[in-house]
Design a protein around this ligand. Structure first.
Ligand SMILES: Cc1cc2nc3c(=O)[nH]c(=O)nc-3n(C[C@H](O)[C@H](O)[C@H](O)COP(=O)(O)O)c2cc1C
Length: 162
């Protein structure tokens, strides 16, 4: 089956996932690999990678998803907050809502992605509170992601797609 890999990544986390998808699938039937572009649309299946912005996919990805017609998609993404499958599911639900009804979702995968130091500095400025401690803990946990385990999880999810 012909496929494209389209991804949006500001700081490299989602790009790492995209690269892993590319290596996993091999170059054979790959029509396009790169940022959202109409060139990707001719493939039967499109692997779409996004980073999480305000609880859903980034704008560039949302705009791309709305241009799909009858392709199948596999959604993959990274988010600064993680460790909670329900949180990822909530994000994916919002991302799926960007798709036209004629598009089917073949699979999906999300993992946590590290955030820039500037975010930690912003948290450090906050007044002491349980929330601040949680934010700092989450930030520090995110530094290890995406890690080898995340990339294995992605490959498992890819393997489940027929
Ligand atoms: C402007 C901005 C908004 C963000 N909003 C969220 C958010 O709502 N929820 C979340 O879990 N992570 C959020 N993040 C964290 C990123 O989604 C996360 O670090 C992601 O892995 C970045 O992917 P990239 O390296 O491919 O750009 C935000 C990051 C930025 C810069």
């Amino acid at each position: 089956m012909s496929y494209s890999i389209v991804y949006s990544s500001k700081t490299g986390n989602t790009a790492l996932l995209a690269q892993t998808v590319r290596e996993y699938l091999g170059e054979g039937e790959c029509l396009y690999f790169g940022p959202p572009s109409p060139q990707a649309l001719n493939a039967q299946r499109i692997y779409v990678g996004f980073w999480t912005d305000k609880g859903t996919c980034d704008q560039q990805t949302a705009a791309f998803l709305s241009t799909l017609t009858s392709q199948e998609v596999f959604l993959f993404g990274t988010a600064g907050f993680g460790g909670d499958a329900a949180y990822f599911e909530k994000i994916l639900e919002l991302v799926r809502a960007e798709l036209p009804e004629s598009v089917s979702v073949a699979g999906s995968y999300m993992c946590q992605g590290k955030m820039p130091d500037s975010v930690r500095r912003r948290y450090e400025q906050m007044e002491d509170s349980p929330r601040k401690r949680l934010m700092l803990e989450n930030f520090d946990r995110a530094l290890a992601h995406p890690g080898a385990g995340d990339l294995e999880g992605l490959k498992d999810a890819l393997g489940k797609v027929k």
